[in-house]
Design a protein around this ligand. Structure first.
Ligand code: KIV
Ligand code: ZN
Length: 520
């Protein structure tokens, strides 16, 4: 890390706060893949998970700690000795480990473990000291800091610093603060708390009022030197501060915010796509920096201006965030080398075997669709089979539709290696298909969301389908893409069911899953 006073550390919590978002659960392999991308893009600290939450979380954090080359690897722990010990067991393998321990300090949060101010102060001293005895890099957070009485906040921060914390994180847990207030709070804390000059102050904002990015930047202007954020702003409710937004804001407006990060902004698009794919949370089209429309100029006036001088309407270049300048069309005559180079340009590095599989799927797509665009390839990559989770597979699907319902679906599905067939009806082709899946694989999971997007223009465009399902409080998402919307729907549904099966198996072997909100 650097001593430069204008260097802002980027702390990514996609795998902890982001993954905690209902339905965003990632598999072990996916977490390792995202970690590698974060590490390659130059993130300073990766919060890899909450090791006490489950055996799966523990295993993921340990493996991430072992494999990561550059970034500090951090694990989350409540203010309990058992949590902290478990966290250390997981992160200790890292080249640079960090323990992040926290407790809710606002009146509402103090009431949950039923601690008065003095008892809580004592708990903070004990737990931070314990963490510091295990690890020389300890971060402490007063959860719901922005709704904590100011004097009490100063008191507990001072205790945490004296007990050995070297990073003090100020969470706006419920996304309540506003930019001026965020700056004011950080500025005052740095001025008022004894020992503040020896630690790094961090900002951790949630986006409930759409102010997370502004609040984080305001905190930096007031002296915070670590921003906690997630890719695509993933996170519970309205999400966390989006990494891509703070990184690009600091880069593009360096004239008024002269702060630097270590992030290679050209890697943003690729990791954004991967996180969208593995979390099952698509990026909204007009999302800043990474939305599909963020660099699209469709109106005549804009296009004319862009052709004359791109700076008329563009404050950053698509290449700065890793978008390829051209949308080169591929087709059924394109070879394997062209596909590899196109995928590399889009940020997907494939081994030979992977390329072989993708090439087969690319050819199938190119046979059905005259022109294959970048977005088609990204959809193809996003919906690759997940070898960890493929107990159910769609083999054959035929649907009969007509103005007179009901619609009829003939489905052959492989379940644990055995092909099974059924014919079911429904109110529309998708309903008939889902009924057929349910007939072959009965389940109680409830469909919470069903979404279809056209990947490109034209009647032969691929449809990407996302479904979200819930069973006994567990939420999973599934995705697929196909030129046939009903086939994409069936595959997305089965993808979600496969993920649910993995979750069920994990729950069978894990201890009860604990949330970081279980604060007692
Ligand atoms: O939002 C929050 O308060 C958190 C803490 C655990 C840091 O995520
Ligand atoms: Zn949070």
């Amino acid at each position: 890390m650097t001593d430069d006073k204008n260097r802002v550390l980027i702390f990514d919590t996609t795998l902890r706060d982001g993954e905690q978002s209902p339905g965003a659960t990632m598999t072990h392999t996916e977490k390792l893949e995202i970690t590698q991308l974060l590490d390659e893009m130059g993130v300073d600290i990766i919060e890899a998970g909450f090791p006490i939450a489950s055996d799966g979380d523990f295993a993921a954090v340990s493996e991430i700690a072992k494999q990561t080359q550059n970034a500090v690897i951090c694990g989350l722990a409540r203010a309990q000795i058992g949590d902290i010990d478990r966290c250390w067991e997981a992160v200790k393998h890292a080249k640079s480990p960090r323990i992040h321990t926290f407790i809710g300090t606002s009146p509402l949060h103090r009431a949950i473990p039923n601690l008065d101010m003095d008892q809580m102060a004592e708990r903070i001293e004990q737990t931070v000291t314990h963490a510091r005895n295990l690890c020389n890099n300890v971060q402490w957070s007063p959860m719901d800091a922005t709704r904590t009485e100011y004097d009490y906040l100063c008191r507990v921060i001072e205790i945490a610093i004296k007990s050995g914390a070297s990073t003090i994180n100020i969470p706006d847990t419920v996304g309540y603060t506003a930019p001026r207030e965020s700056a004011d709070l950080i500025g005052r804390l740095i001025a008022d708390v004894p020992g503040a000059e020896d630690v790094v102050f961090a900002t951790h904002c949630h986006n409930d009022l759409g102010m997370a990015t502004a609040n984080s930047l305001a905190a930096v202007e007031a002296g915070a030197r670590q921003i906690e954020c997630t890719i695509n702003g993933l996170g519970e409710r309205a999400g966390n501060t989006a990494l891509e937004e703070v990184v690009m804001a600091l880069k593009v407006r360096h004239d008024i915010m002269p702060f630097d990060t270590g992030v290679d902004s050209q890697k943003i698009m690729n990791i954004s796509r991967r996180v969208a794919a593995v979390s099952g949370f698509p990026v909204q089209f007009n999302k800043a920096i990474v939305g599909k429309n963020a660099f699209a100029h469709e109106s005549g006036i804009h296009q004319d201006g862009m052709l004359k001088n791109a700076e008329t309407f563009e404050i950053m270049r698509p290449e700065d965030v890793g978008l390829s300048a051209t949308n080169l069309v591929m087709g059924k005559h394109s070879g394997r080398a062209a596909l590899r180079s196109k995928l590399e340009e889009l940020g997907f590095e494939l081994g030979d075997n992977q390329l072989k599989d993708v090439f087969v799927r690319f050819k199938e797509l190119a046979d059905r669709k005259k022109e294959v665009y970048d977005d088609d390839l990204v959809a193809l990559m996003r919906t690759q089979g997940d070898p960890e989770a493929e107990r159910l597979k769609i083999m054959k699907l035929a649907v009969r539709c007509g103005t007179e319902g009901p619609q009829v679906a003939d489905l052959v599905m492989e379940i644990d290696g055995e092909a099974q067939q059924t014919t079911q009806t429904g109110d529309g082709p998708v309903d008939a298909t889902f009924n057929a899946v349910k007939a072959l694989f009965p389940h109680e999971a409830r469909l919470q969301l069903y979404q279809v997007h056209a990947v490109t223009e034209g009647t032969d465009a691929q449809a990407t389908v996302s479904v979200r399902m819930e069973e006994g409080g567990r939420i999973v998402t599934g995705q697929s893409a196909d030129t046939d919307t009903v086939v994409a729907s069936a595959k997305a549904y089965v993808h979600a069911l496969n993920r649910l099966l993995v979750r069920r198996e994990k729950a069978g072997t894990d201890k009860a899953e604990i949330s970081y909100k279980d604060v007692s």
